[in-house]
Design a binder for this molecule. Sequence first.
Ligand code: B1M
Length: 211
Amino acid sequence: MDLSILKQALIEGDDRQVVDLTRRALDEDHSAQTILNDALISGMQKVGELFEQGEYFVPELLLAARAMQSAMEVLRSPLAASDYQPMGKVVMGTVQGDLHDIGKKLVAMMLEGSGFEVIDLGTDVPPERFVAAVEESGAQLVGLSALLTTTLPAMEATVGALREAELPTQVRVMIGGAPLTSTFAQDVGADGYAPDASSAVALARRLVARD
Ligand code: B1M
C-alpha cells in the first residue's frame, strides 16, 4: 500500500478510512514508526499548512486531529512493543491554557515503548497539578509540552513551580513542542529540550541516567 493514501485520508479528516488504512499498512508490514512519520505526522504538517493558508479552519483541524488520535490507538501496541526495559517514571502534560494533545501523546507513547511508566495529566494542566503529581508518584522526570507561543509563559511558570516545590527527590524537567528551542529551555531552567518524539526518548534516558 502506498502510504500517501493514508496521508491523504488524514488530511481529509476521514476517521474510519484512516483507521482502516493504518491497520492495512501494519498488515502489509510497514513499521509503526514509518506509518507514523511518513503518513500521519507529515499529513498533520500539511493540515497545519492548509490552516496557515486559510484553506482549513478549526473544524478541519479537529477532524484531522481526531483521525490522528484514532490511528495512534491502532499504533499504540506496535510502538510500545518495540524495546521494553523499565527506565523510570515520567509525569507528562500540556501546559496551562494549551489544548494541543497529539504531540504530547505521541511522546508519551514512545516513552512507554522505551520502558518508562508515564503518568499523562492531559492538556491545560496548571503548574500545581504537575507538582502534586510528582509528589504523589515520586516521578524522576517531568515532560512539558506546549504548541502555542501564548502558553510559553505557562511553561516557564510550571518549571518555576517544580523548582520551588520541596520535592522528596530531585526532578528533571524536559520540554518540547513546535515553538520551543533549547535556548528557551535554558532560559526557563529546564534540563533539556527535544524537538520530536524519538529525541524525547533519548533525552529522557540521558536525564534519568544522570541520577
Ligand atoms: Co492548533 N495551532 N490551535 N489546534 N494546531 C497550531 C499549533 C498552529 C501552529 C497552527 C498554525 O497557525 N499554523 C497554531 C499555533 C501558532 C502559535 O502559537 N505559534 C495553532 C493555533 C493558533 C490554534 C488555536 C489558537 C486556533 C483557534 O482557535 N483560533 C487553538 C488554540 C486552542 C488551545 O490550545 N487553547 C488551536 C486549536 C487546535 C485544535 C483543538 C483544533 C487541534 C488540536 C487537537 C488536539 O491536539 N487534540 C489543533 C491542531 C491539530 C493544530 C495543528 C494543525 C497540528 C498540531 C499537531 O497535532 N501536530 C498545528 C499546526 C502544526 O503543528 N503544523 C496547530 C502533530 C504532532 C505530532 O506534532 O504537536 O508538534 P507536535 O508534536 C511534536 C513535536 O512538537 C514534539 O514531538 C512531537 C512528535 O514529533 N513535542 C515534544 C511535542 N511535545 C513534546 C514534549 C516533549 C518533547 C517533544 O518533551 C516533554
